[in-house]
Design a protein around this ligand. Sequence first.
Ligand code: FAD
Length: 859
Amino acid sequence: MNKPAEATDRFDAVVVGAGFSGLYMLYRLRRLGLSVKVFDSADDVGGTWYWNRYPGARCDIPTTDYTYSFDPELEKEWTWSEKYATQPEILDYLRFVADRYGLRADIEFATSVASAHWDEQERRWSITTDRGTRLRCRYYIMASGCLSMPKSLDIKGTERFAGEVYFTSRWPHEGVDFTGQRVAVIGTGSSGIQAIPLIARQASQLTVFQRTPNFSVPAHNGPAPAGRLTRLAQDRDEYRDAARWSPGGVPVEPTDVLGVTASESVARERFEDAWKAGQLFSILGVFADQGVNPKSNGIVAEMIREKIRSIVHDPRTADALCPTDHYFGTKRPCLDTGYFETYNLPHVRLVDLRRQPITSITEDGIDTADESFGFDAIVYATGFDAMTGAVAAVDVTGRDGLSLTEKWAAGPSTYLGLMTAGFPNFFMITGPGSPSVLSNMAVSIEQHVDWVADCLKDMRTEGFETIEPTPLAESGWDQHVRDCGAITLHPTANSWYMGANVPGKPRVFLPYIGGVAVYRQACDDVVARDYLGFRRTGPGGERCLDGVIRRMQPDVSLVLQLMAKLGLPPMETLSADEARAMMGAAAATRPPSPEVGEVTDGLMPGPAGDLPYRLYRPPSAGPHPVVVYFHGGGWVLGDLDSDDPLCRDLCVRSDTVIVSVNYRHSPEARFPAAADDAFAALRWTASHAAELGGIPGQVAVAGWSAGGNIAAVACQRARDAGGPRVSGQLLISPVTDSDMTRPSYAENGDGYVLTTPLMHWFWDYYADPADRGDPRAAPLRGNLDGLPPACVVTADFDPLRDEGLAYADALEASGAQVRRVRARGHTHTSVTMVGVVISGAPVRAEIAEALRNFFPSAP
Ligand SMILES: Cc1cc2nc3c(=O)[nH]c(=O)nc-3n(C[C@H](O)[C@H](O)[C@H](O)COP(=O)(O)OP(=O)(O)OC[C@H]3O[C@@H](n4cnc5c(N)ncnc54)[C@H](O)[C@@H]3O)c2cc1C
């Protein structure tokens, strides 16, 4: 057996935890030739599967997938008996793994790591345990589990109960016989839902106390699915690789069916198939948009509620079991075997704590607001302090005495969920900010362990002793994790993913929801870019390429990937008419645009004939301020339809009348036709404001891209002409200059939809080189004195970014009020993609607020 560590012991690495993560970490580190000590407070290996021995405990990812894949020989030697293996079988497996690789020799059981302090001079961690052991190590690795720290009880009187008390997360090894007993179960998360049907088989009375009903679908457990086994048998490597590069760590065929557009019959069929499949990723993937779109999510949620109502006989109980306070999937959904059916048994009762809260646990039972219950046993299935609980339970102190709990007081901050700045050589396996609990954890654990082991190997090869993320890289990753969460429905739920189950825990979305494959790619990219965002030091000096690995909004990159897959020809290789047809075809595939109060089309006089316009009136009672809007399209493309979703969105959000004007285009009408039309449209609208339902004197201009260009020009011309008075100018990613040498062209001129060659194509169609310095083509070169307040929107991945910023600077220098809106992580086009790019919505909200503020009566 293992020898307890001595005070003087030094190891290359200390690993906390001997579950799935710790065992594999030990295996990999040993193969690197490192000396390793593993601690676990348990008496044996297994982690989750050592502690959670409650009746019915099983995995809810098919066991064919919830398994190590690092050694094909190991895979040959172990065959799972069921689709979802039981806790004893998974524990046996982990024991088998420990024995097969002789891992126990380096593990000290029944020992908790109490503190870990970084010693800057020695460049080592100093570790202490609850047994008083002190030792030193170069690398400190917490493989301490995302769901290993049981949540403290927050119910009054728990200490008073004289009967038997059990926690699902600390179940007695010898098992429990509830025969003939009156049993209470508190909690209906995954553990409660698995345990309740089995406890009901023994107990004479079972009362379930439910705070929040949970979505659960039948596991349909049985033999491992034949299709999956065949795939594995045919090509195990291919299958495992597909899992590693899948969204959730299990190979699934992703759907592109949207709930918002699916017919009722398609929706029903897809749902029933998923219900029959009995797999989390099936029911979570009925529709491609159910995780982000409330309507689509509602379809799946309602179908599950229908199922619950059809299973549970008593309508009141059924009603109480139907979740209505969160979107499906925003709390961990459960897989069950006969859970809802259990409530049809005469000796089982559900107490809905939202109607009948617990007032206290008593000596012999539980008191609620209106009833006293007597029990022989209480089972707490109250969950975990997830993702950060076990890490924060150790007194971890980094450089300069920085404590981890202090650093994380407002929520965890990590780089890739692997490390945190200020704590050199401190690694977390499936830490916050990684896919972890949203994925098949076996796959995520292996990926993290491999990354850490490879990193240590690289450090040794390159002569480094320490590694640590930079604050810039870390805050960039935190932002990306938040951005990914923000486009989903997850932040709306009071879930343990959000830390909401633990009183006082900061509300932040803890895991990374971008997907296992996307995440893996980010980790690989960091390494490929010479450990971007990590500072590595050693006797030979330090190396650090600082930067942020993912700056683009996640849904924007998704759109770019989808567009790339379409393989469309570059626009600049087409004629103007071909390009217009391509744009029109793309517009036809857009989701429905936002509803407005009224839309009317009309004609207004222009310098060379009538100009079509479309007027959008908000639903509220008028009159409203009026905004004359000019679409984008490089003076060549675009029309009243092209920017229709954006106009509707602006109209509703800003509560203004939007008059979208279809000006003349190039090459049919070259410079300065578009600019002339814009000024004429402004004049006409201003003088007809009242007729249009607007407030006379409250007229602003707005435009996107080339539309922003002519909007800016119209303001300059109105000033020169002594009117009309313009309340403000909203310039969304405007063209303000014909100089294409600014850095944003070099950075973003290729790969982000609007490219440098396309801008050349636009300019060539629009204006002769001799005219391109004319302020009516390049408003940045004009006189900017006395111009109305402006809102200038610039996007990070836009070649036009810098000329937008230059215009904002120049306006400000000339005394105009300027509000700058940065479309962080967006391209030239993405903010305008209403209903497609969800992350554009907050930017448009900011733009609309700026627009409203142009007008004096604005709130
Ligand atoms: C009931 C249940 C069912 C689950 N089912 C699934 C599933 O089907 N699919 C899935 O992907 N995931 C599932 N999970 C998540 C599961 O936790 C992971 O899949 C996986 O087992 C985690 O392995 P780990 O080694 O990272 O952590 P754990 O298995 O939690 O092991 C961590 C170990 O660290 C020890 N430890 C912590 N702090 C200290 C300390 N300070 N000192 C010493 N030791 C310490 C703990 O005692 C524990 O043994 C489930 C979780 C639970 C609770």
